[in-house]
Design a protein around this ligand. Structure first.
Ligand code: GRF
Length: 197
């Protein structure tokens, strides 16, 4: 079995990144987590990636902002880093940027994301608060293909998570996060097994 060279894009804590790196320690897992790229220089997840022996890179969105360089310039640098590292497949994991349509088209079918709701419900920002405001009894998380439209690509896998009485966005988020860590490794495996990359 050939393992695909996978990059994970993060902006912060990186707990889903960690779940993927740990899953990839299994010899029969179809991904080699070859690179972690952060859009934030001091992102917490970078330290774990380094300690796990995974290569890291930063495309610093704050620097791009200071230098008045636009989204296309950011995405072009990101694309160059991924290609130079011979990356075949990309996982977004708490990557807090919207990627340009041009970038997404280049990677279409080879880029996936995890979102903490049962899509198509509660797309976009603050999905936990959206779920609480809607009064649903069940929410969850979704791993889906990335397309230019936000949180709208085909679903790969979902997990349901109950909303408990008295939940806040924080308590609900923590419960969903545990489900995310269980869901994402299997969803990546499934996506790679059906990828013609
Ligand atoms: C997760 O809830 C993920 O679904 C969302 O952002 C959060 C990232 O958490 N897109 P982490 O950085 O993986 O810990």
């Amino acid at each position: 079995m050939s393992r695909r060279r996978v990059a994970i894009l993060i902006s912060g804590r990186g707990s889903n990144m960690r779940a993927l790196i740990e899953a990839a320690h299994a010899s029969d897992y179809p991904a080699d987590i070859a690179l972690v790229v952060s859009s934030v220089a001091g992102a917490e997840g970078l330290a774990f990636a380094r300690s796990a022996g995974v290569g890291t890179a930063v495309v610093d969105q704050a620097r791009f902002r200071r230098e008045n360089r636009d989204r296309e310039a950011f995405d072009a640098e990101l694309d160059t880093i991924l290609r130079n590292a011979h990356i075949e497949f990309v996982c977004l994991a708490g990557f807090m940027r919207i990627l340009s349509a041009a970038f997404v088209r280049k990677w279409e079918g080879r880029i996936i994301n995890i979102h903490p709701s049962l899509l198509p419900a509660f797309r976009g920002l603050r999905p936990h608060a959206q779920a609480l405001a809607a009064g649903v009894r069940v929410t969850g998380c979704t791993v889906h293909y990335v397309i230019p439209e936000l949180d709208a690509g085909a679903t790969i896998a979902q997990a349901e998570v109950p909303v408990m009485p008295g939940d806040t966005a924080e308590t609900l988020s923590a419960r969903i996060l545990e489900a995310e860590h269980r869901l994402y490794p299997g969803a990546l495996k499934q996506a790679l097994n059906s990828c013609i990359c």
